[in-house]
Design a protein around this ligand. Sequence first.
Ligand code: ZN
Length: 235
Amino acid sequence: MNMDFMGRQMVIHPTLIWDNDAVILVDTGMPGQWPQIREAMDKLGVPLGKLGEVILTHQDIDHIGGLSDILKASGRKIEILAHEADRPYIEGAKPLIKMSPERVAKMLETLPEERRKHAEAMFTQPPKASVDRTIADGETLPLCGGITVIFTPGHTPGHVSLYVNKSKTLIAGDAMVVADGQLLGPNPQATLDMETATKSLKQFTQYDIETVLCYHGGIYSDNANQRLEELARSQ
Ligand SMILES: [Zn+2]
């Protein structure tokens, strides 16, 4: 899915996990992107009415952007799941950690006049939603054959990754990135606490991972276990 962030074009990867009983969306894109997710679901033949859970890997705007639209669009109650440490930001009790007034002012300065208003509205009034269920490290959600929560703080205090047991897929959120076909550690420019984020990489070596899906960069499946060992060791 393409996204425009401060005039820069990027591709991001919200993830849909589903079987006959459950449909789960992991991360929701930038504000305004819900129609794109909806369209993708239609194409896959996954009915919106079956969407029961939205899991947020963390609080950043390009992950929580679709929240309000999703909750409005669905006739049924959708549960929002996130880690306790990012919950107050997602619920709007605290300003998003990377959107402090100083930081927003600085970002807006770099924008041309005509784009500034829209960006300001988005950054100062980001979507929010109450978190229905907090998720913790090691917990396996009984959905789609088991989805295990891996607490990987650093990018934000409450960042989680998810291990989809059945397909041996790691949904890494922003704990890692894929660039030029290579699986890399967290992006230093976007990561709040690099030391903690780097330590978090060790967590992945406890799992048998065939495919890694990064929100920025997409799929990596070239001997993932070995690459994850390398990343954990090089820290
Ligand atoms: Zn992020």
